[in-house]
Ligand binder design. Structure first.
Ligand SMILES: [Zn+2]
Length: 56
């Protein structure tokens, strides 16, 4: 199981998600960041932070 919490990348946000695969997790994260943080795409710096913050 892979888990991710938005606060781990410095967001003041209580969102947490988990998924069986990293692909599914990234999908959850990108849906959330698009809807809640108005990120239409995740830039490479943010992506690196996300990858560091994912616990598996
Ligand atoms: Zn968030």
């Amino acid at each position: 199981m892979h888990t991710f919490a938005c606060k781990d990348i410095g967001m003041k946000c209580g969102f947490e998600t988990s998924a069986k695969s990293k692909d599914a997790l990234m999908k959850n994260i990108s849906t959330h960041t698009a809807k809640t943080h108005n990120m239409t795409s995740i830039d490479s710096a943010t992506l690196a932070k996300i990858n560091n913050a994912i616990k598996s």
